[in-house]
Design a protein around this ligand. Structure first.
Ligand SMILES: Cc1cc2nc3c(=O)[nH]c(=O)nc-3n(C[C@H](O)[C@H](O)[C@H](O)COP(=O)(O)OP(=O)(O)OC[C@H]3O[C@@H](n4cnc5c(N)ncnc54)[C@H](O)[C@@H]3O)c2cc1C
Length: 370
């Protein structure tokens, strides 16, 4: 980008996409400020799986090794029936190279800490309890009444993005008819890789996120995202997991405290039109949020953040950079989102045995270079 002075970047949202873009933009020498609306950096949710494509994008900004070291590197998926008998072992595509892990299970707090520390060490200014309330040509007004002059503004504020609204970009998330459950448990000695357990009513599984911790995932089919009182969360999750026996039973029975469990409605979104307006551009869940079946929302968010920085560096004009960014992202994101939604549809119809091929094809497509 041709500029007379330093490029000033304002990032709205201190989640995965926002922090990764802050790191990438600082590496390009820009002045970066990140605004996080929450009053502190506490992170909700236990863990997530960073797939090979996510690690590949993190490697481009020298972050993959740190994430692998902070989490539980994974090489294969072991698929069991609901009685805990091993039925198949699969290996996702090796995106990092032969012998390298295919993904990493990592605690959300650990991932966010790494991203935050790297962004701050790289010179980004990180602020909590702040957001943008008004965006005009080249300027933004913040919730504390101060103003910023910006060369470009990044909306990285998640699926319910307020920045999207402020930029006048249409996009409304919808409920997909599923709830996701996650429970933090002690890592069982056998949980060396991802272990899934498939029953007639659905699939659960155990994903290690550190030498001592793992999380259990479960997707529940429901027409309405009804509330479950906090004190009933552990009991309800155990009830949903009742059909799973064998080695899984001990994991299920270890879900005893409501504080171990998070339950969230699955929301999906794809902004169909441009992801940018004026000097503002969307990244991550603010632009597209897949349902979790392909465990790739964070991967897409990280890729967006890195590709955007790349295109900003390549183009003299901001509008050209934004267009090139979206052109590189649009079809890949759409394909992943449609695959995730199709898997969810089949799960809701009880066609669980039909999803494995789709998952395999989806991961193979995601292995293609970005
Ligand atoms: C239960 C669950 C499990 C998942 N598991 C996986 C997985 O295993 N692997 C995977 O790849 N993906 C997974 N995902 C998806 C993944 O979490 C998201 O795709 C990813 O977090 C998107 O990152 P983001 O930075 O775009 O948005 P977010 O993570 O939502 O971050 C947005 C940030 O912006 C802040 N913010 C919001 N509004 C404002 C505002 N107005 N101003 C300033 N800041 C604001 C928020 O507080 C937050 O910090 C999962 C999602 C869920 C719900």
């Amino acid at each position: 980008m041709v500029h007379t002075g330093a490029v000033t970047v304002l990032v709205v949202g201190g989640g995965i996409a926002g922090l990764v873009h802050a790191i990438a933009a600082r590496r390009a020498g820009h002045d970066v400020e990140v605004l996080e609306i929450r009053p502190d950096w506490a992170v909700a949710g236990w863990g997530l799986s960073l797939t090979g494509p996510a690690l590949r994008a993190l490697r481009a900004i020298d972050l993959a090794d740190e994430c692998l070291a902070a989490g539980a590197p994974i090489h294969r998926h072991r698929h069991h029936d609901s009685a805990g008998e091993l039925r198949a072992t699969t290996e996702p595509p090796s995106v990092l190279g032969p012998g390298q892990p295919t993904e990493v299970g990592i605690g959300r707090p650990a991932l966010h800490r790494i991203l935050r520390e790297r962004a701050a060490a790289g010179g980004a200014t990180l602020r909590t309890g702040l957001t943008v309330v008004e965006i005009s040509a080249g300027a933004a007004r913040l919730s504390d009444g101060t103003e910023r002059t910006v060369d470009y503004l990044v909306g990285a504020d998640g699926v319910r993005s307020r920045t999207r609204e402020l930029l006048g970009l249409p996009g409304e998330p919808w409920f997909t008819g599923q709830m996701v459950w996650r429970a933090l448990v002690d890592r069982p000695a056998w949980a060396d890789d991802i272990h899934t357990f498939a029953g007639p009513a659905g699939t659960t599984g155990v994903i290690p996120i550190s030498p001592t911790q793992a999380y259990v995932f479960l997707t529940e089919v429901t027409d309405v995202p009804g509330e479950v009182p906090d004190e009933e969360l552990a009991t309800r999750m155990r009830d949903l997991l009742a059909p799973f026996t064998g080695r899984f039973a001990a994991v299920r029975d270890a879900i005893t405290e409501p504080g171990q469990v998070v339950r969230r409605p699955v929301q999906a979104l794809l902004v169909e039109g441009p992801w940018h307006a004026g000097r503002g551009v969307l990244v991550g869940d603010a632009a597209h949020s897949p349902s979790p079946q392909m465990v790739s929302g964070a991967a897409l968010a990280i890729e967006d953040a890195v590709v955007l920085a790349d295109e900003i560096a390549r183009h003299d004009e901001l509008a050209d950079a934004f267009t090139a960014y979206q052109d590189r992202r649009r079809e890949r994101v759409r394909a992943l989102l449609e695959t995730s939604l199709e898997i969810g549809r089949r799960e809701r119809e009880g066609r669980h045995h039909e999803v494995h091929q789709l998952i395999g094809r989806g991961h193979a497509a995601m292995a293609a270079p970005i």
